[in-house]
Structures are given as C-alpha cells and as structure tokens.
Design a protein around this ligand. Structure first.
Ligand code: AMP
Ligand code: MG
Length: 421
C-alpha cells in the first residue's frame, strides 16, 4: 500500500509560493508507516487536474490532495472529482448550515459564491473543517479487481489542512488504526559517516518489511533513523522500539549521538554542563555558524566563554594577540596553535578552531579538493583534523560546524568514559 500527495495551485507551480503541505503530509504518513511514492504539484487548470487525479487513483491506494477547495472560480477540486467519478455536484444541506453559521458568528453575510463549498460529488463524504469554511471531501473510488482508492481532498491553508488530516483523514486511511493497533515512533540521530556506510553497519535493521520498520534519512550530513512500531498496546509498541534502539546503538556505536530533535550542539552543551567544562570558538569557514549553533541551546551561558569570527587564520591570531606568531610549521601545527591561543584568550577548558577553506597544501597534489582544518585544544594539548569540503556549497558550512561539534563530542565522550571507570 502506498500514497500519493497532490498539491494544487497556480501560486505553487509558478514558484510564487512553496508547497509546504506535501512535505508536512509526507512526514505524517511516514510516521504512520505509509510509504509515499509520488508528489505531484499542479496548476489551477481543469484538464491538468483531471489528468493528475486519473493517474493518481490508478497507481496509488491513498491519494491526499490539498488546495482548490475555496469559493473562487479558480478552485476546481470538487468539479474535478465529479468529472473523475462521472457524477455531478449536489448540495449537502448540513454543510451549508455550518458554513452559514460560521459567517453569522463573524457578523458577516455569506456571499452567494460560498454555497459551492457545500456541494459534493455524489457518493462523496464531507469532512468537517474545524478551522475554516471549506469542508474537505472524502471518497472511496472503486477500481476493477482491486481495493478502492481512498482519496481525501483538503483545504490549502496549512493550519486547516493539518487539523483536518489529523482529526478526520488519518482515521480513514490508516490500516493499523482501522485494525485497532497503536503506532509509536522514535528517532535516533547519527553523525560522522555517510549514508551507505551507515546502511552497511546497520545490516538488516533497515530491511524492508522488518518489524518495526526503520527508515533512514540524511539532512546536512546528519543521519536519522526513524523507527515506526505498531502493536496492540502502547506498552508493546514501546517495547518494540526499545529493542530496535538497542540494536541500533550496538551497531552504530559512537556515531549515534542523540534522539528525537537532538542536534549535535544540544548534546555538546549537555556534556559540557555535566562535566563542568567550558568552551571557546575561533572560526573562519563557518562565519559564526558554530557559535550560533552553540548559543541557540538553552543554558549555553553556563559553558560558552565566547567566540571570534575572522576571515582567516592570520586575522584570528592577530585578534587573539598572537600577531607575532611565526608562519612556520605545518598547517596542522598552526591550526593547533590557534586553538590553544583561543583557549587561553577566553580562559576556557576547550577551544574549537575552524580554519578557512583552502586547497590542501600539505600534500603533493595541490589541486585536490578544498579542505578545512578543524582543531580542538583542551587540557591535554591540541589536535587538528582535516575535513574534505568538496560537495554541495549550500551545506558546507553546516557540515563543517557539525564536524567541529562532533570532534568535541567524541573527546568529551572519552573523558566521560575514563571518569566513570
Ligand atoms: P486554496 O485552498 O487553494 O484556496 O489555498 C488557500 C491558501 O493556502 C492560499 O494562500 C495558498 O497559497 C495556501 N496553500 C495552498 N496550497 C498550499 C501548499 N501546498 N503549501 C502551502 N500553502 C498552500
Ligand atoms: Mg488555490
């Protein structure tokens, strides 16, 4: 069983507005364990809509539509559904009464055009709209030799669509809920390896049809494992999740850094606080993003001593009172000196330095991919690592900032472990 999501609106296909409804619906369906095979965006055009609806009903078991339910002439969804099922629109009096009531409560007269919002194709079921005027439309469309296609058309306004989906659409489309099962989700977040390497480590954990199912997604180098468990009771679903989490932690080891909405900075600030340690930052390639991430975490004041954004290493050294520093030594050694100077300057236990983007000059082939040098200085000296920053420039800053945080996380993890021994 799989779903298709259709977003309707010329404002979407012209690029004037971004289709956020499809993303939201997809995440919701994923949380229910329902795979989504298609996203389609279509303009306010009758023929185009009819084409899109026809193929959706043919190829997908669940079709979720948003947009085109308004009272204006460019809102065509209900007409398209009537044509699709070879019927006509009929007035649903109870819906009309509700719409009239909404206008009355706002002390406004209902424009005649709004009557159309109470018209439904024969055989369709109105779905209440708890946030606005336009009711949704639910239909089960018969398909020869197969189960019917379950189709729900919802308003385009995101807040209306979301409430309608959760309250009235989800119960109609979720097989687990229909079968009286409960569904629970969990996420485990990992960093420091690629998606294929993660899949290799995880082995059969991400296999299709596994119970509970585990999906893998990547966002700006963070790998998220989503567990979706269904069971007869909440306790049984949570037990399934706990077992799967245990397997994930065993296989991912220290690549796994947190759960649910945890980002690396949350974990790092938490660890610094637990160990009563402080941090300072000197950054070039990340332009302040590293400090921004750390200072976005509640309670960072207790462990963040300050930071410096500079165009390059020399400027950073000058600002830290190290202008006399000899430009000798390897790039790694210079990066370590910078991190140590930053640590001293701010009087912190730890300092992270992020160099500027540069060609790798320490190797013979100077035309290699650009690199950034990260350095971590702490009570037991400094260490620099080279990060290859080839790839999508749009996410390079984020990846570099995360890599720096991860360097510190791994170090703090080691001191945590040796302390508890
Ligand atoms: P409609 O139901 O088509 O009249 O849309 C009502 C409002 O919701 C308009 O302001 C649209 O721009 C907005 N809207 C419609 N579809 C989407 C979508 N897929 N994502 C975000 N906003 C949308
Ligand atoms: Mg519209």
């Amino acid at each position: 069983m799989h779903a298709e999501i259709i977003a309707i609106g010329t404002e979407l296909t012209t690029g004037a507005k971004l289709d956020t409804n499809s993303q939201w619906l997809s995440l919701e369906l994923q949380a229910q364990g329902i795979p989504v095979h298609y996203h389609v965006t279509v303009a306010d055009d009758l023929d185009a809509n009819l084409n899109v609806f026809r193929s959706a009903v043919e190829r997908s078991d669940i079709v979720l539509i948003s947009g085109g339910l308004g009272p204006t002439l460019d809102d065509l969804t209900r007409d398209v559904l009537a044509r699709l099922t070879d019927t006509r629109l009929v007035l649903h009096e109870p819906s009309l009464a509700i719409i009239r009531g909404m206008f009355a409560r706002r002390n406004r007269e209902m424009p005649p055009r709004n009557v159309v919002q109470a018209m439904f194709p024969i055989g369709a079921e109105p779905i209440p709209n708890r946030r606005g005027t336009a009711p949704g439309i639910y239909m089960e469309i018969p398909r020869a030799g197969r189960s019917p296609c379950r189709l729900a058309a919802m308003p385009g306004v995101p807040s209306e669509m979301q409430v309608m989906f959760q309250d009235d659409v989800l119960p109609r489309i979720t097989p687990a809920q229909a079968a009286g099962l409960v569904i629970r989700n969990a996420r485990v977040n990992c960093f420091g390896l690629g998606e294929s390497a993660a899949e290799q480590l995880l082995g059969d954990v991400t296999a299709r049809g596994r119970d509970p199912e585990v999906g893998i997604t990547v966002h700006e180098a963070t790998i998220t494992l989503r567990i979706v468990a269904s069971a007869a009771s909440v306790a049984a679903a949570l037990e399934k999740i706990a077992q799967t989490k245990k397997t994930i932690y065993e296989r991912m080891g220290e690549y796994a850094f947190g759960e649910e909405g945890d980002e690396l900075e949350h974990v790092v600030v938490r660890m610094l606080q637990e160990q009563s340690q402080t941090l300072a930052i000197a950054e070039s390639a990340t332009g302040g993003l590293l400090a921004h991430r750390v200072t976005s975490v509640a309670g960072h004041e207790l462990c963040f001593r300050g930071g410096l954004v500079a165009v390059d290493e020399a400027a950073a050294n000058a600002r830290l009172g190290q202008s006399g520093i000899a430009p000798s030594g390897t790039a790694h050694e210079r990066a370590c000196l910078l991190a140590e100077a930053c640590r001293r300057h701010f009087g912190a236990d730890w300092a992270l330095s992020v160099g500027q983007r540069s060609r790798n000059t320490d190797t013979e082939n100077a035309s290699e991919a650009p690199v950034v040098l990260l350095s971590l200085a702490g009570p037991d000296g400094a260490r620099a690592v080279e990060l290859n920053v080839a790839g999508d420039p749009a996410i390079v800053k984020s990846r570099v900032a995360k890599s720096a945080l991860n360097l510190l996380r791994l170090k703090l993890l080691k001191s945590q472990i040796s302390e508890s021994k």
